[in-house]
Design a protein around this ligand. Structure first.
Ligand SMILES: Cc1cc2nc3c(=O)[nH]c(=O)nc-3n(C[C@H](O)[C@H](O)[C@H](O)COP(=O)(O)OP(=O)(O)OC[C@H]3O[C@@H](n4cnc5c(N)ncnc54)[C@H](O)[C@@H]3O)c2cc1C
Ligand code: SF4
Length: 332
């Protein structure tokens, strides 16, 4: 690990000013915020990330979960994943979020991991984490060995010829189905970004994973008011029962009226280069009777544009079955 300066500001303005000195956008930048450290310190030990300055944001007053005036929920950036998953309001009104977080990592990691850190966590692609290998995400222009190499865990939706890495988050998949908004404070002021616009597709700049600019601090995430009568479920399929990233996962938030789907929000994990909201599946569901045939049709729609790599073609059928089963379970 390289040497670095460690600072611990007590207010957001100081933290933002210090971070704004970074000469690139946040991921891979020389000045970095650190929250739980469960992604960043791992990558520093591997020399994948080599910041010269770390700004510890754990002293900032960003650790609250509060109701909003419109009946939604405000989740502070440094709220620990465990606290969020076990919060009474989340378990009652946003169950899919609790289920998704509890399906991730381990109890110890969730006790450290934060809301913002989870949003900005990086891919688990093995080539990205190995500095002996080329990787366009880590070193733009160096190549993508995953495309002809080990890609069983990698993405089938949203890929490009430059990168096929999967976004590994479970929390973000539930947040996509719940239509969360990310609130950012930066040197030029504050802005709010719908989660669907927060993560970027790899395109020809896979090193750029989010819209964050130097100095941008995620302060909180908001969830809209809970949808009355919605049924929610998160299903994660993986190689072992716990402590493993998704091969495919599905978050569903669905409402029925007289046996038909009146509203549906669907997102997939483990298969996309970003948390993958499927408007195709949603459109296919609305107005249709809630039965297995229609759930399967929605899953077909969600995976219609999937592009398999040499080792991960199985994910197409797996993701279809995952979504079909999640819809069945939510509406049972
Ligand atoms: C062994 C292992 C297994 C795991 N399994 C899973 C899993 O199954 N599912 C899953 O979803 N996740 C899993 N994770 C990932 C884990 O959820 C993330 O590491 C964690 O959520 C990151 O949060 P953190 O607070 O520790 O982030 P940090 O490591 O502190 O930071 C991560 C990134 O976020 C940036 N950042 C942090 N806070 C802010 C902020 N407020 N504003 C702007 N940028 C910020 C940092 O600069 C850094 O780039 C696993 C991790 C490990 C190590
Ligand atoms: S898939 Fe992306 S992260 Fe993995 S080696 Fe290719 S460029 Fe790097």
């Amino acid at each position: 690990m390289n040497t670095f300066e460690f600072i611990r500001p007590s207010d957001s303005e100081t933290a933002i000013a210090a971070s704004a000195q970074a000469n690139t956008a946040q991921q891979g930048a020389d000045v970095r915020f650190v929250a739980g450290g469960t992604t960043l310190l791992d990558l520093m030990k591997l020399n994948v990330e080599t910041p010269s300055r770390l700004i510890d944001i754990n002293q900032l007053p960003l650790d609250k979960i509060e109701s909003t005036a419109d009946g939604g929920l405000r989740i502070g950036a440094t709220v620990r994943n465990s606290d969020l998953a076990n919060h009474a309001t989340v378990q009652r009104d946003y169950l899919v979020l609790s289920q998704a977080i509890l399906a991730g990592a381990s109890a110890q990691l969730r006790n450290m991991a934060t809301t913002a850190g989870n949003l900005v966590q990086r891919t688990r692609c093995m080539y990205f984490r190995d500095t002996a290998m080329p990787c366009n995400k880590r070193e733009p222009g160096s190549g993508c060995p995953a495309i002809t190499g080990a890609n069983r865990m990698l993405a089938i939706l949203g890929t490009s010829e430059h990168c096929i890495a999967t976004n590994p988050s479970d929390m973000c998949v539930a947040m996509a189905a719940l239509e969360a908004t990310i609130h950012i404070q930066g040197p030029a002021g504050s802005r709010a970004i719908p989660i669907g616009d927060f993560h970027l597709l790899p395109g020809d700049t896979p090193d750029r994973e989010t819209v964050l600019e130097p100095g941008d601090l995620i302060t909180h995430v908001t969830l809209p008011p809970p949808v009355v009568g919605s049924k929610q479920f998160y299903l994660k399929l993986r190689d072992r029962a716990s402590y493993e990233f998704a091969l495919a996962s599905a978050a569903v938030v669905i409402n029925l009226e007289d046996g038909k789907v009146s509203r549906a929000r669907v997102a997939l994990g483990g298969v996309g280069t970003k948390p993958w909201r499927s408007r195709e599946a949603e459109a296919s569901l609305v107005g249709q009777p809630a039965n297995q045939a229609n759930f399967r049709s929605a899953a077909e729609a969600a995976l219609r544009n999937a592009k398999p790599q040499s080792e991960n073609g199985f994910k197409i059928e797996l993701a279809k079955r995952c979504l079909t089963y999640a819809l069945q379970t939510a509406t049972a």
